[in-house]
Design a protein around this ligand. Structure first.
Ligand code: SF4
Ligand code: SF4
Length: 292
């Protein structure tokens, strides 16, 4: 199990029914993703923007974008059919915080309807410092930030550009701004009592040597769990990395990266090994997704 005895009781209470933050929970409880966030404010080299945000999902899948009202209807329908639904998350198909009106409206509608559902969000982190207080006000308790490197030179190979405060940045400058914002968002989230998961897309030859540094940063900053997910190139090879022949990691490389992370994290934070890289409109238990 990844649940450790030294976890504070309050944290245990808040993760025990979250299928992603607690491995034990993933066969017992269901989550649903609501695809209300089509736009993105950065360009990752492993994403072609035709499919769902790769930071949290598998490429090759395009979720139908819903309005907040449609998403709320879908939530009510799923809740009436699935008794073990505990978590509603927004994870794409773009970045939830680049679609802040939709994201907030959706969470608001759900929160006003049901007080006991956990709200969860996955982001590249660029706008997290701006919006975290609003998210906390709505009762969001779990956040995932995708942090692929703590080194701006490596970051310049992962991100083509970012759009921030009306300007487009590229190269090392873009990567520096993004990492500063991710770190600030992580610190704010931890200080406000949120449980933070860090996703890292493992990209052979690009950021694999940086995994121990990322894990060390997570431990230092109080992140809860490190989720290392493999780069997956889309079948049509339409991403920059696929064109440049950046390969997907082998199973043993993923295992090694997770092993390195475990060594760095010690008993303070944990490594997630059961992520299914779900689509932005996934519903059900992690091991038995179904269509509704
Ligand atoms: Fe694509 Fe997600 Fe990266 Fe945006 S943050 S470019 S949607 S992978
Ligand atoms: Fe959980 Fe991973 Fe699926 Fe997100 S992508 S809902 S972290 S299993």
């Amino acid at each position: 199990t990844i649940l450790k005895p030294e976890l504070k009781d309050s944290i245990k209470e808040r993760i025990k029914d979250h299928p992603c933050f607690c491995e034990k929970a993933h066969t017992k409880y269901s989550r649903m993703h609501l695809a209300v966030a089509p736009k993105c404010n950065i360009q990752c080299n492993y994403c072609n923007r035709k499919f769902d945000c790769v930071n949290e999902s598998r490429p090759g899948v395009t979720s139908k974008v819903l309005t907040p009202e449609e998403a709320f209807e879908r939530f009510k329908c799923v809740k009436s059919k699935i008794n073990d639904l505990t978590v509603v998350g927004i994870a794409g198909p773009g970045d939830p915080l680049a679609n802040i009106e939709n994201t907030m409206k959706t969470f608001e509608l759900i929160r006003n309807y049901s007080n006991n559902i956990r709200l969860c969000l996955s982001t590249n982190g660029l706008m997290l410092p701006y919006y975290i207080k609003d998210l906390v006000k709505l009762g969001v308790e779990h956040i995932t930030i995708t942090i692929n490197t703590v080194d701006e030179k490596i970051g310049s190979k992962i991100y083509r550009f970012i759009k921030f405060n009306g300007k487009t940045y590229k190269g090392v400058e873009a990567s520096e701004i993004l990492y500063d914002r991710q770190l600030e968002g992580l610190r704010m989230a931890v200080s406000m009592g949120l449980i933070v998961k860090i996703n890292t897309v493992l990209i052979p030859g690009i950021n694999d040597a940086n995994i121990p540094d990322i894990s060390r940063m997570i431990k230092r900053e109080g992140g809860f769990i490190h989720n290392i997910i493999p780069l997956i190139n889309p079948a049509d090879n339409s991403t920059y990395f696929a064109k440049e022949k950046v390969r997907e990691p082998e199973a043993k490389e993923i295992e090694f990266a997770r092993f390195q992370a475990t060594l760095e994290l010690g008993s303070i934070s944990m490594v997630m090994k059961h992520c299914k890289q779900c689509r932005a409109d996934a519903v059900g238990k992690l091991n038995e997704d179904y269509e509704i």
